[in-house]
Design a protein around this ligand. Structure first.
Ligand code: XMP
Length: 539
C-alpha cells in the first residue's frame, strides 16, 4: 500500500470528522459541484458534498445550517432527471439553488421552466432588481456573472419574487418573499462558484455567514484541535502504523496523528531507491528529527532494483513496485509488532477528492488509463482498521494544516510524485546507474525552477531519462550520451494538463547545467505536449 495513494477498497472504518457549522452541497452532476464546496470553505465555513439523492438521515446527521443545490446537465422535464427531496426543504434551513438547482426549486414548488432559444454560455451583466436582498450585500448593482444554461425559469412559484435579471434571462435570480416560509429560499441562474463571476465568493459568503448564520471558524488551527480530539476518541490507547512516502499527504497525516497520540504512532518509510535527490534524508529529518515522530526507515533499494532488473513494460514495473512495497511494509510491521505489541490501526493520508471520487458512479466505471493504484491492498492477515485524519480536506487545506503543524515548506509544497517514483520516468529498464543520472538531472531542473520562483505555480516539474541516445560533441570528442526530457505542467486536477510556458532563460540554464554537471547526458529537450493526448508521466 502506497501511503499517498487512494484508500484501500472495502475497508470501512473512518475517522469521524470534526466540525461545527456545516453547509451541505447537493451534487446534481455539475462539473462545478466540488468547486462550490471549495468556495464555501474559502469563506471559512465547512462544507460537504453529498449526492442529490443522499439518504435523509445522512443529510440530517450533518446538521447543516444551509443547503446549496448545484447545477447539473439535465433539464427538470427530462424523464428520470434528478429531483428535490422533501427532506431538504423540511430541514428548515436556508437553501440556495444554482442553475439546475434554481430550475429544480422552481419546478418543485409549482413554477415553470422552459428551454431558452439558444443555450446561453459565457459572460453576462446582471441587474440586481432587489439590491437590498442579503444575498447581494456589498455587491455592485450590475455585477458581471458567468452563465451556462439551456433552460430558465419563466414563471415563479408562489411566494417568490425575482431579484435579478439580464436582457435574455428575466429571472436571473429569485427569492422567497419575507415571511412566506420558515427559512428563506433563494436561487441564481448564474454560477457564483466560478472565477468568471468576480463577486461570486462575496455572494456565497453572504449566503453562508449572513443568511445561514455560520461562523467562519473553519481554519487550519480549528481543524487541528478538533481532529486531535477525534483521533484520540477513535484510537484510544491503540497503536497506529503509518506509511510515509515523502509526499505531502502522508507527511501531514503523520504529523497530525503524532500531535494527537504521540508515541502510539509508528511511521514506516520505505526507501525504494526510486526517490528524488535527498528525499529520504528530508523525510527522516523533517518528520523524525524535527517533529519527533517515531519513524523507522527501511532501505529496500537493492530489493526493488533487483526485482526490476530486465523489466521494461511500465505496467509491469508498477506491479513489481507495488508488490515489493507490500512485502517490505509487511516485514517491518511484523517486526515492530513483535517488539512493541500489535497495531490496531493503519493511518492513510486519503484526501477529500479521493473520498468524493470513490463515491461517484462514474469513478467506478471510468476507464483507467494507467494502473495508478498499483497496489491491491494489504494482505488479509494484516487486518487493520483505518484512520484517515485528512479525508475531509482538499490538498491546499492539507498543505495549510501541514504548515500549521510545523512541517517545512519543502515537504508541504512538494509537487505530487507517483508511487512508482523515478521508475516511470526512466524509459526502459531501471538500473542503479540510470536512477543516479536522472536524480541529478531532476534536481538541477527543479532547483532552477525554484530559483526562478516558478515552482508553486506549476502542477508538476520533473526530468525524464529517455531511452534515446544521441551524438554530441564535448571538447574535442564526439559523445554518444543520454537524452533527458524536461516536463513542467500546469493543471487544476491532473486529469487534463498543459505544458508550462517556461521562460527560455530558465530552460537554457537548466539544460546547460544538466549537460555540464551530468556527464552521461549530452542533450536536453523540453516536452511541449498537453494532456490529452499525452499523459503527465512518460510511462
Ligand atoms: P498521468 O501520467 O496519468 O498522471 O497523466 C496523472 C497524475 O498521476 C500521477 N501518476 C501516478 N501516481 N502511481 C501514483 O501514485 C502511479 O503509478 C502514477 N502514474 C501517474 C502523475 O504523477 C500525475 O500526478
Amino acid at each position: 500500500m502506497n501511503p499517498d495513494q487512494n484508500p484501500t477498497d472495502g475497508v470501512a472504518a473512518v475517522t469521524a470528522h470534526p466540525h461545527r457549522d456545516t453547509i451541505v452541497v447537493l451534487d446534481y452532476g455539475s462539473q462545478y459541484a466540488r468547486l462550490i464546496v471549495r468556495r464555501v470553505r474559502e469563506c471559512r465555513v465547512y462544507a460537504e458534498l453529498l449526492p442529490w439523492d443522499a439518504p435523509a438521515d445522512r443529510i440530517r446527521a450533518l446538521n447543516p445550517r444551509g443547503v446549496i443545490l448545484s447545477g447539473g446537465p439535465n433539464s427538470v422535464y427530462d424523464p428520470g432527471s434528478p429531483s428535490l427531496q422533501d427532506t431538504v426543504l423540511d430541514l428548515g434551513v436556508p437553501v440556495l439553488g444554482i442553475c439546475y438547482g434554481m430550475q429544480l426549486l422552481a419546478h418543485h414548488l409549482g413554477g415553470h421552466v422552459r428551454p431558452v432559444d439558444r443555450r446561453e454560455f459565457g459572460h453576462a451583466s446582471v441587474t440586481l432588481t432587489d439590491t437590498g436582498h442579503p444575498l447581494f450585500r456589498s455587491l455592485p448593482d450590475q455585477p458581471d456573472v458567468w452563465m451556462s444554461h439551456g433552460d430558465q425559469v419563466t414563471a415563479l412559484p408562489d411566494g417568490f419574487h425575482p431579484i435579478a435579471s439580464t436582457p435574455t434571462c428575466p429571472v436571473a435570480a429569485m427569492a422567497t418573499l419575507p415571511g412566506t416560509r420558515h427559512a428563506p429560499i433563494m436561487a441564481l441562474q448564474f454560477h457564483p462558484e466560478v472565477a468568471h463571476t468576480p463577486q461570486g465568493l462575496a455572494l456565497l459568503r453572504n449566503f453562508c455567514l449572513d443568511i445561514a448564520g455560520c461562523s467562519p471558524t473553519w481554519t487550519p488551527g480549528s481543524f487541528i484541535d478538533e481532529a486531535v480530539d477525534a483521533i484520540r476518541e477513535q484510537v484510544g490507547s491503540a497503536r497506529v502504523l503509518a506509511g510515509v512516502s515523502g509526499g505531502v499527504d502522508s507527511a501531514v497525516a503523520a504529523a497530525l496523528l503524532h500531535r494527537a497520540i504521540g508515541d502510539q504512532l509508528t511511521c514506516v518509510f520505505v526507501d525504494n531507491g526510486l526517490l528524488r535527490k535527498d528525499e529520504p534524508r528530508n523525510v527522516i529529518a523533517s518528520l523524525g528529527e524535527h517533529l519527533g515522530v517515531h519513524l523507522v526507515a527501511v532501505d529496500a533499494a537493492e530489493d526493488f532494483l533487483a526485482h526490476l532488473a530486465g523489466v521494461t513494460d511500465p505496467e509491469h514495473k508498477r506491479r513489481v513496485i507495488g508488490e515489493r512495497f507490500i512485502r517490505a511494509f509487511e516485514r517491518e510491521a511484523r517486526t515492530l509488532a513483535a517488539q512493541g505489541g500489535p497495531f490496531d490501526f493503519l493511518a492513510q493520508g486519503t484526501l477529500y477528492p479521493d473520498v468524493i471520487e470513490s463515491a461517484t458512479p462514474e469513478s467506478k466505471s471510468a476507464a483507467k488509463i494507467k494502473t495508478h493504484h498499483n497496489v491491491g491492498g494489504l494482505p488479509a492477515d494484516l487486518a487493520f482498521r483505518l484512520v484517515e485524519p485528512l479525508r475531509y480536506l482538499f490538498k491546499d487545506e492539507a498543505r495549510a494544516v501541514g504548515s500549521a503543524l510545523g512541517l517545512p515548506d519543502d515537504i508541504v509544497w512538494r509537487d505530487p510524485f507517483p508511487g512508482p517514483g523515478l521508475a516511470v520516468r526512466i524509459l526502459g529498464e531501471v538500473t542503479a546507474e540510470k536512477t543516479a543520472i536522472l536524480r541529478e538531472a531532476d534536481a538541477i531542473f527543479v532547483g532552477e525552477i525554484k530559483q526562478a520562483g516558478l515552482y508553486r505555480g506549476l502542477g508538476q516539474v520533473f526530468a525524464v531519462l529517455t531511452d534515446a541516445r544521441s551524438t554530441g560533441v564535448q571538447g574535442d570528442y564526439r559523445t554518444y550520451g543520454h537524452v533527458v526530457a524536461l516536463r513542467a505542467i500546469t493543471t487544476d486536477d491532473y486529469m487534463t494538463a498543459d505544458w508550462a510556458r517556461l521562460p527560455y532563460e530558465v530552460l537554457a540554464r537548466a539544460a546547460n547545467r544538466i549537460v555540464n554537471d551530468v556527464p552521461q547526458v549530452n542533450r536536453v529537450v523540453y516536452d511541449i505536449t498537453s494532456k490529452p493526448p499525452a499523459t503527465v508521466e512518460w510511462e
